[in-house]
Design a protein around this ligand. Structure first.
Ligand SMILES: Cc1ncc(COP(=O)(O)O)c(C=O)c1O
Length: 404
């Protein structure tokens, strides 16, 4: 068990709402792929703020850009123009092939905006009853009432019913159910090109084909939730581009701001004209600080940086597959693309997370039995080697004689 010299419970105090279970470590500094706790102990960070610190911690270019922007101007609201929103929207439009961007402050808000814009499209088209959504089992799209309505896990949903009506969940393992679920009252299919929280499950070609069939048959819109899989995480700007999905709307967040909160709903040329002033909005969305951070992130992600990400990814998956071969008694599967990797165990992955942390590596568990790795894009092959040897040791410590 990791010990810290500060009483975590006292610090947490009686006044932070208990919506999170936290691990007993307190961080107050980061540099590159490493975080440092208050006792000065270094941890290799393969969580990166759940896929957010894409350039690692205290990246010099991002740090300078944030400081410069904070010294100039942080926020003016969306009542006025500023120089950075249009520039960022143009860059994102050319990276995604989608015409326009709506800026917000988180992934959930980006999903929420996509759901609303899909309904708005059909409303404007005169198809006012076309309000339903089709989502997938194991999906995670956020926890506001709209996004939650398309999030699958009953643990998140049950206490908050009734949610937005008209959402049907289909299994990605049985694409034929999609054919049955999508009809001419379906506003949109919402899909994660790689399910992140659901256990690092990349979309299959069969699901991509089933979605294309449903679009052909009913004209339904497609929302790709790329909050976790997008923004270069997989080596392409969007994983939809690799998977062969052609979304009308895309939600972005997490890695895009390198740690500064920003979300974006990207909207196709077909949908954009249906949206009117006042249909959606946010006070902070697209402020100068967030836009500057995202522009800096995009600048850093040049061809050389993307190639380096890809090399680190190849190295990571080679090592994880070797682990799977060595410990077939406990490892069920290795999945993922780019720097979104999952190792599924036959048992709870929690003990591996703890054993890795004890050895100075941060990883996390998702979907109970899956160890998820989301390292920053600046990770080197040497960092990957360090992480792999720690994961090997952590797996052996957690499952000395195979899973129970
Ligand atoms: C695919 C996906 N969509 C939406 C969200 C919600 O994003 P946020 O936590 O930034 O609101 C997440 C967060 O994990 C996600 O993975």
């Amino acid at each position: 068990m990791t010990t810290v010299s500060i009483d975590v419970k006292a610090l947490e105090s009686a006044h932070v709402l208990q919506t999170y279970r936290r691990l007993p470590v307190i961080f107050d500094r980061g540099e590159g792929v490493r975080l440092f706790d208050v006792d000065g102990r270094a941890y290799l960070d393969f969580v990166s703020g759940i896929g957010v610190a894409s350039l690692g911690h205290a990246h010099p270019a991002l740090t300078r850009a944030i400081a410069d922007q904070a010294a100039a101007l942080v926020q003016v609201s969306n009542l006025y123009f500023h120089p950075l929103q249009g520039e960022l929207a143009t860059r994102l439009s050319s990276l995604t092939g989608l015409e326009r961007a709506f800026f917000c402050n988180s992934g959930t808000e980006a999903v929420e905006a996509c759901l609303k814009f899909a309904r708005r499209y059909w409303f404007t088209a005169g198809a006012k009853g076309r309000t339903k959504f089709v989502a997938f089992t194991h999906s995670f799209h956020g926890r506001t009432m709209g996004a939650l309505s398309t999030t699958w896990d009953d643990h998140y949903r049950a206490p908050f019913q009734p949610l937005v009506p008209g959402v049907t969940f289909v299994s990605p393992d049985d694409p034929s159910t999609l054919d049955a679920a999508v009809d001419d009252q379906t506003a949109a299919i919402i899909v994660e090109p790689i399910q992140g929280e659901g256990g690092v499950r990349p979309i299959s070609p069969a699901v991509v084909n089933a979605i294309a069939r449903a679009v052909q048959r009913t004209g339904t819109l497609v929302i790709a939730d790329e909050v976790q899989s997008g923004s270069w995480r997989t080596g392409r700007f969007l994983h939809s581009q690799t998977a062969g999905l052609a979304p009308d709307l895309v939600s972005l967040g997490k890695a895009l701001g390198g740690g500064v909160p920003i979300g974006a709903a990207m909207v196709s040329a077909k949908i954009a004209p249906a949206i009117s002033p006042g249909d959606h909005g946010t006070t902070y969305g697209g402020n100068l600080l967030a836009c500057r951070a995202a522009l800096t992130f995009l600048d850093v992600m040049n061809d050389a940086q993307v190639a380096s990400l890809q090399r680190a990814s190849d190295h990571l998956f080679l090592g994880l597959r070797a682990l799977a071969d060595r410990r077939r008694d406990v490892v069920v599967d290795v999945r993922g693309v780019g720097l979104l990797a999952g190792v599924e165990f036959r048992a709870d992955a929690g003990p591996v997370v703890q054993a890795a942390m004890d050895r100075g590596l941060l990883v996390n568990r998702t979907s109970g039995t899956v160890l998820r790795l989301l390292p920053p894009y600046i990770v080197s092959e040497r960092d990957v080697d360090d992480a792999l040897s720690t994961i090997d040791a952590a797996v052996d410590a957690a499952f000395p004689g195979g899973a129970a």
